[in-house]
Design a protein around this ligand. Sequence first.
Ligand code: SF4
Length: 350
Amino acid sequence: MIKTGFYIHFPFCRRGCFYCHFFKKKHRQLAADEYLGYLAREIRRRRDPGLLLDTVYIGGGSPSLLTPPQISALLETTAKNFPIDKKNEITLEANPEDLDAPQLKAFLRAGVNRLSIGVQSFQDRDLRCLKRTHSAAQALQAMEQAREAGFTNISLDLIIGLETQTSRSMERNFRQIETLKPAHVSVYILEGVPRQAADERDARLYFQARQSLLDLGYDHYEVSNFCRPGKASRHNLKYWKNQPYIGLGPSAAGFLDGRDYRNHPDLKKYYAGLDKGILPEQKTAPLQPDLRRIITGLRLLDGIPASAFKSFSAPSDFLLTEGFLIRKGKNIAVPADKILLLNEILGYFV
Ligand code: SF4
């Protein structure tokens, strides 16, 4: 049996955030119920007894708007159509304002064993700048309640590059991380929002964040991701290690049998495909396998086996000579101090 990841997209949010580029719609209970019916159809449509799910990731959107019975039903439908490995990682993305103690306990009982909480910052000024609907106090409370409910594997998302952020306010965020000790921290640079002198400032804040997390004992394993030893996101590692995963829901991407696919980023087209009994996929141009390995794998600080660069010796030799790539044992990687130049570096291969 082939170990496979399962990404489920829940494309509904209370309201859109101005900086977000994910596919999402305004949350309405009836629309969400209709959607879950179609999602179950897609799960059945993709049924494959040769695959063993060892990770499930429910992302969005705001999947913490799902009720515990809805999560249970979703995971039951999944388990009826795909065997789930005993040693599974089942992650739910959550917004702090959606969480409360009884619901967190019910999520855990339903099978969710990892939470990824979109804290963004522990400073109210930053949260107002992002126009988030939660406060710093709610972010702290969400973390505490999740721990009390029994979650031990918790990831927190932080955003950097806000106009309100300074080196000192960032430091306060990392003091909170030191106190809360989450298993995993993701640090995202605010993108697609014009800001003054953003690149230089973002880089300074990013490397400050990186150093703070290293000092606290986290491993920096991917551009935006840091973990306590052994606590890397098993699901997300599949994206970067060229391993198979099934994506479900509008806009979700999958990689199966060496083939990439993406579902229509459009609810109507997604429903229409399933009504016709076909997979709701849009056409995607295939990527040359080694190029795919390079594009996904160089995000990892450990890099990828040097063998992946065989048909790209001219650009890789140049980048190795110039110090934009380095050898790490049998792997080739981007050095940590150049990791924000990743897109420029990948430009040499495409
Ligand atoms: S809540 Fe999350 S997914 Fe929804 S719009 Fe905001 S950032 Fe995007």
